[in-house]
Design a protein around this ligand. Sequence first.
Ligand code: ADP
Length: 570
Amino acid sequence: MARPLNAGVAGPMTGQMEGLMMVTPLTLGELIIPRAEELFGHRAVIARVGDGVHRTTWAETCVRARRLAAALARLGVGPGDRVGTFAWNTHRHLEAYLAVPAMGAVLHTLNIRLFPEQVAYVVDHADDSVVLCDRSLLPLWRAVEPRLSRPRQVVVLPDLAADDSAAAQSSDLDYEELVAAAEPLAAWPQVDENAAAAMCYTSGTTGNPKGVVYSHRSTVLHSLAVGLADAQGLSSRDTVCAIVPMFHANSWGLPHASALVGASLVLPGRDLSPAAICQLIESERCTLAAGVPTIWSGVLDHWRRAKPDLSSLRFAVCGGSAVTESLSAAFEREIGVPILHAWGMTETSPIGSVSHLPVEPGAEADEATRRSYAMSQGRAVPGVVLRVVDENGAPVPRDGVTMGEIRVRGPWIAREYYRDGAPPDKFADGWLRTGDVATIDALGYIRIVDRTKDLVKSGGEWISSVELEGHLMAHPDVLEAAVIAVPDPKWDERPLACVVPRPEARGRLTAEALLEHLRPRVARWWLPDAIVFIDEVPKTSVGKFDKKVLRARYAPGETAAPLPVSEARG
Ligand code: ADP
């Protein structure tokens, strides 16, 4: 499996002298699990399961991972076999995060929010052998089973009391019984660092889910990067609350990084309500928590009402979609906790860039400049090479104005998809084409303007749907807003805004008021041609705005054609 010297390097030079450092493997069994076990065994792992809180340690987690590995081997799981997980963020899921890769098998985290057909598609596509399923999710899993090409052995993780689930079957095995019956594996096998450790399918915002396969090497290097001060700066002094699901993009790498650096890890289970999250952060004195903007806006609303003590947080890490100015400013000014804005995608493990304020002279001069950096997606983290390029692949000027597509490369960036190869719209000349359109400034800070497919192309010029949404959502009467392009005979495309008014503003908020609000903020030709008021913005399986659904709903020829601006009223 070893790749030749210079593999992946364009135009390698010949005749180089070989370095004389050890080539010890960058694997979980060599570098991650032993640290958690031997150096930080006393540090806490805390999981909310069912109605209670389960407290354990890294030492106990690692011993149970050794038992789990032995138990899975007894079930016939061998090197390279895929083990699916269908589970919330809990200590048992964490055990699988360690055991499955370290035993040489492949952890396949299944997104519980996909439709049953999509889950069945990815289970079959990855050819999972065994599926570890939370008891609370058995009803969902049972809807997947009839759609599978062949039955899979289910191992039930008891996150609820047995009689809480009517969905159990006699063929299911009990996780706790298996783990208790197995002797802990004495030593982890020698695994090639380029072997697959885990896989995760993209959520399919842009088509069929595609399998991203992380290697041991990419996982170890990504975990090291998460510990860098210019990334999340994770260390043994942290208590990390991983709100972002372990079934999507590896919970942003936090479980493996926490094990590596010896941070305490807090896992919220299935209750992701703002009150439950705040209660965990407060009671466990978390120093860092990570979630998508919708989580943090929920937390902000709750904080305004209940004032939980969140002062232990160094940062609220936020990514997955753009942070709005109102959220970023309110978090810092009202709660006193800065939002740390990060960008990435399933294909980038996922950390690509993080926004810390620059220290370069003048950069922190005034509040508006500071806010602009805080809201930017930041600079590429060490280990990621990032370019913003035009349609010919040439870098755009670093002027903070010119837009182009972000391309990245690096040791934790995917080079192809599992059994779907490297489609040219996603991979080109050794780079991952992210599909994200951004500007880059002189200091290397990127600001995502849109996804290529979401930009509104009007009269040959681009309108950023993300920017329009940000302005609309800053209006006090607006809860959510999504902007899509609708075909236009004269301009090719024009923006249509789908707006969810706050409950108290329903029936009162008018399209004219919103246009009035936008006028001083955007160019005239950016103003939406139509504004429709809706009850809710449809969301994807990972809580992002699902513009595919809105486009289908408001494309001409559909029954619900958009109302002209003047007729629309919330
Ligand atoms: P999918 O591609 O299946 O929607 P991902 O979770 O991989 O799922 O999403 C990655 C995408 O999310 C990025 O390409 C980008 O468009 C968006 N994204 C992630 N982080 C940010 C951010 N901080 N700001 C704006 N967009 C973001």
